[in-house]
Ligand binder design. Structure first.
Ligand code: NAD
Length: 470
């Protein structure tokens, strides 16, 4: 049987992954109709908004959507219609970490994946290729296949593929245009290989074939967890070294540079910071921990858990450094926190280090002034309310203010904390900021962003990750 020619793609889940990924497929494959659906009407309305006020911020995304929305790219809440029409369906729904229940702790909550899978089985009247785009524990495809086969109509075949997404928020469009690799996992049966070839032919419209890797289903699922675990491990390793640098007078930038020069290590992803955030690294490592535990591999579980614990330690260590440096008390002091997103060039705040720092500052009864160029005020209040369950929102608002610029947030404060590496923080009018602050004026650079020598010359006392406080 010749591989299916994909003509109609559905993506279930219009979030940070489903939206950009399938918008790029639509751009690069004008011959394919692409529909992205979501249960969240507000999100779909934003994707369809006349002024392209899209629900997520990603550099370059708006141009992609402008080029193909209404041509071969559609956003809708009609999941059933999308299922009926599609020959290939991406499942790109959220897979958060379970917070409660039996076996909870680190397990992935696969409820959304299961509901989407059941809906596909219930609605489909013809054969489909179903592609796991969500990051899932190893062998989730098997559960999906069991559900699909048990609920399918006669003459409906479902072939399952794993096609994890490796884009990084903030550079999603560039990553999708030119991915390091596209990974497709399939069952090693003739039908599985045909389905794999069908999906590969979609990506081959713009991705060089040598970058399209085809592997077994379980390898593909595990590779995604492994990739994120190893990236996070690099960050935790360099952060662990940064603690030693602060205590010894070594400079983490110099150490990372020297280590990264070794071609076996390489220079990328060796920057010390206040800690990683985002919806993926912690969740995927905890997923790996849970998987290891359920496979009775406690030493493996402990190894990976330590990567997350080091990240928590780094955030705690930074908060403590702020308190210690500000003469052991921040009660009643004003701290400007620059950056609320978990990284630059995104409005995403999930697991942002900023939230943990602000929670710590509030618990010490400091006043916090926040500025972020992309995060909506409503999102900040929602995140802080969740992070501080002991405080009412009314009380949080007595301690926290949100400002429209870094300069305004910094005015009359005792200290500035740089929590997100937004480029604009490099070029703030630092001399002007210094004049407007209480003295001594401190800058705590959690992202190794500012020019320490320049700020010190102005008069600031600068504390940078991986270097002793000047
Ligand atoms: P998200 O929360 O932004 O988007 C998921 C969307 O799916 C939500 O809008 C939700 O309403 C929708 N949804 C859930 N169930 C649905 C259903 N049955 N029908 C229709 N819509 C439904 O999540 P995300 O960041 O896009 O992540 C999606 C998956 O991709 C996760 O498994 C994540 O781990 C993985 N991933 C994320 C990133 C990233 O950088 N965000 C990168 C790689 C992989």
């Amino acid at each position: 049987m010749a591989p299916v020619q994909v003509k109609n793609i559905l993506c279930i889940g219009a979030g940070y992954v489903g939206g950009p990924t399938c918008a790029v497929i639509a751009l690069k494959c004008p011959q394919i109709k692409v529909t992205i659906v979501d249960l969240n009407k507000a999100r779909i309305d934003a994707w369809n908004s006349a002024d392209f006020d899209l629900p997520i911020y990603e550099p370059g995304l708006e141009d992609v959507v402008r080029a193909c929305r209404g041509r071969n790219l559609f956003f809708s809440t009609d999941v059933d219609k999308g299922i009926l029409e599609a020959d290939l369906i991406f499942v790109s729904v959220n897979t958060p970490t379970k917070k409660s229940g039996v076996g909870a702790g680190f397990a992935a909550d696969l409820n959304y994946v299961e509901l989407a899978t059941r809906q596909i089985a219930a609605v489909a009247t013809s054969s489909k290729i179903v592609v796991e785009k969500s990051t899932v524990p190893c062998r989730t495809a098997e559960s999906m296949r069991t559900i699909l086969e048990a609920n399918s109509k006669p003459n409906c075949r479902f072939d399952i593929l794993s096609n994890p997404e490796f884009l990084a928020e903030g550079t999603a469009i560039a990553d999708l245009f030119s991915p390091d690799r596209v990974l497709i996992g399939s069952l090693q049966t003739p039908e599985g290989k045909d389905a794999c070839a069908a999906l590969a032919s979609v990506y081959a419209n713009w991705v060089p074939t040598e970058r399209i890797l085809t592997v077994g289903l379980w390898s593909s699922e595990l590779s995604k967890l492994a990739a994120n675990a190893m990236l996070a491990q690099r960050i935790s390793s360099v952060n662990a070294l940064s603690a030693i640098c602060e205590a010894t007078g070594a400079n983490i930038d110099e150490v990372a540079h020297a280590v990264g020069y070794d071609s076996r290590v390489g220079p990328k992803f060796l920057k010390a910071s206040v800690g990683f955030g985002g919806s993926c690294f912690q969740k995927d490592i905890l997923n790996l921990v849970y998987l290891s535990e359920s496979l009775h591999l406690p030493e493996v579980a402990a190894y990976w858990r330590q990567v997350v614990e080091m990240n928590e330690y780094q955030k705690r260590r930074f908060s403590k450094r702020v308190v210690d440096t500000l003469f052991n008390t921040i009660t009643g002091k004003h701290i400007a926190v620059l950056g609320f997103a978990f990284k630059a060039d995104t409005g995403d705040t999930r697991e942002s280090a900023s939230i943990t720092l602000i929670r710590d500052f509030l618990s010490e009864r400091a006043f916090v002034n926040i500025y972020d160029p992309k995060v909506a005020e409503s999102q900040i209040w929602q995140d802080l309310a969740e992070a501080c369950p002991n405080l009412t929102l009314e009380n949080i608002k007595k301690q926290v203010k949100i400002f429209p610029s870094a300069i305004e947030a910094s005015r009359n404060s005792e200290a500035i904390v740089i929590a997100t590496e937004w480029k604009e923080f490099k070029t703030i009018a630092w001399a002007e900021v210094y004049e407007s602050m209480k003295k001594p004026a401190f800058v705590f650079d959690g992202r190794l962003l500012v020019n320490e020598a320049e700020l010190t010359k102005i008069g600031f006392k600068v504390a940078t990750i991986g270097r002793p406080t000047a």
